[in-house]
Design a protein around this ligand. Sequence first.
Ligand code: ZN
Ligand code: ZN
Length: 358
Amino acid sequence: MFNYEARAGHLRAALRKTRADAFITSFLPHVRYLTGYSGSNGLCIVTDSSLTLLTDFRYQEQIEAEVPLASKHIVKGDLFAAAVKEKLLSYFGSVAFEEGYLPVGSFQLLKEKLPQVRLVPSSGIVESLTAVKEGSEIALIKKAAEITERVFEKVLGIVKPGISENDIAAEIGYLHRKFGAEKDSFDTIVASGTRGSLPHGAASSKKIQKGEMVTLDFGCVYQGYCSDLTRTVAVGTPSSEVKKIYQIVLDAQRSAIHAAHSGLPAKKLDAVARSLIEKKGFGKFFGHGLGHGIGLQVHESPRLFAKSKHLLCAGNVVTIEPGIYLPGKFGVRIEDDVVIHNGACEVITSSPKELIVV
Ligand code: ZN
Ligand code: ZN
């Protein structure tokens, strides 16, 4: 289903640039991307001519089904220690590791047990591969998005005065699974009233009250791939201030979607939404980046923000999620998932985004 051959080929090309003989990672989303293994304990080693996965006996059956290409080693104890013991790394002059993800203890172990091997810090190698999705990956993200849309439609029916944020979050988790997802892709955010000014306000025991805005930010995982959707709805008639802010965020979000296409620097896309919000005088209340890549992880490359160096390209799947957060008052964020194509982008979350009053 996925092209592991091509992924290994791309990784090898990148590895050559680091001049290392091998690449090692135990960061599970990357191990999964490179081998297909979806368990909780794995180590992957890539060289110019080999692709190796180490895990423990609990996953013996699972890897037979999941891992088509890599050679598989079932080992005991710490995976790095086992890689050393099985002499999987001993003969290399240098081994590249992911500086953002290799545990310090594992680094120390490699350094101590393999004094002859040069350990080369690297960053962004797998990230640059996962940022450009294969067709089959995009299909799974679309499916995850579809499930999340269905959940939104359903959950709108229970957003009313008296229900707690936690109850809404629980319902979202339940419906995700019921509609075929594996789980939520992150802890559901339900931020109502003044809590709406917390961009990442995890659901709490607070009860929804009439006249409040409620930000719902949630997503699911379908066959490993994530969706991520935000809608902000009004409970009872919204004030004119709420309507004004909502419209600014919606205009900013729509203009960014309109502008998104391959070849555009990510920072320019961020600027499309940001400048619109700034012009209305609310720039300082939009404190986060415009969006982020989604895939096996809910936050991954490319990141869309003011200092991003990424150039959008066909196959990127990103969120577009401007927001305005007024401390002590309320917040509004609107988020969709889009696929970048040559020339334009395709919005894959189609939940309504005109201000919904429940
Ligand atoms: Zn989100
Ligand atoms: Zn997001």
